[in-house]
Ligand binder design. Structure first.
Ligand code: 5GP
Length: 205
């Protein structure tokens, strides 16, 4: 089998439950999560270098200038971006690398890595999304509105994604994502090295 990892992009509106699903996937040591840089202020439970690399706008713009980011986007007034070195190193070492990023960034990555697998995680309904956002109480009502508006925009481009996974329960969503990755790893074009190995076996038989 091919020994390169797969780049898995998980997008979806705020409140879709991406964080919880990704935490569950990370329990499997084959999956690594890329830690993004952002100019957003840390939430109460967030630690620098664990949840994000928290940066000032100047620091972030220097990362852009120094070509340290694989992609970046502006989301609800803040920059978010993926540090490039980590992703390349893990993929070369046969790890599945998860990027939990919004849609603009996801489309940028797909252009650079056409083999990346784009998964859109969605809650069962918009009503459920609003309930989850209000329930977690990490944002002000204005910020919640911005995020819901942004969610509507994001739903508009889900046809650019390879898969849609409904997060009706974390367990189901994780199982479905693992199924997708398993099937992706068996795609013929990812395993063309087997052609010469099998041919060699036939000749030696
Ligand atoms: P939050 O502020 O809720 O942590 O994240 C807001 C949005 O930014 C989410 O949709 C999240 O997936 C996205 N995001 C987080 N990191 C990155 C990144 O490195 N690049 C891009 N393009 N989006 C990101």
């Amino acid at each position: 089998m091919n020994n390169k990892g797969i780049l898995i992009i998980i997008s979806g509106p705020s409140g879709a439950g991406k964080g919880t699903v990704v935490e569950e996937l990370k329990k499997d040591t084959n999956y690594m999560l890329s830690i993004s840089a952002t100019t957003r202020a840390p939430r109460k439970n967030e630690t620098d270098g664990v949840h994000y690399f928290f940066k000032t706008a100047e620091e972030f713009e220097k990362m852009i200038d120094d070509k340290k980011l694989l992609e970046y986007a502006s989301f609800c007034g803040n920059y978010y971006g993926t540090p490039v070195d980590y992703v390349n190193e893990k993929i070369e070492n046969n790890k599945e690398v998860i990027l939990e990023i919004e849609v603009q960034g996801a489309l940028q990555v797909k252009k650079i890595y056409p083999d990346a697998v784009l998964i859109f995680l969605t809650p069962p309904s918009m009503g459920e999304l609003r309930k989850r956002l209000e329930g977690r109480a990490t944002e002000t009502p204005e910020k919640i509105k911005m995020r819901l508006d942004r969610a509507t925009e994001e739903f508009g481009i889900i046809d650019k994604y390879d898969y849609i996974v409904i997060n009706d329960s974390v367990e189901n969503a994780v199982e479905n994502i693992k199924c997708i990755v398993k099937a992706e790893k068996m795609k013929a074009y990812r395993n063309l090295n087997l052609k010469s190995v099998l041919k060699g076996d036939i000749l030696n038989a």
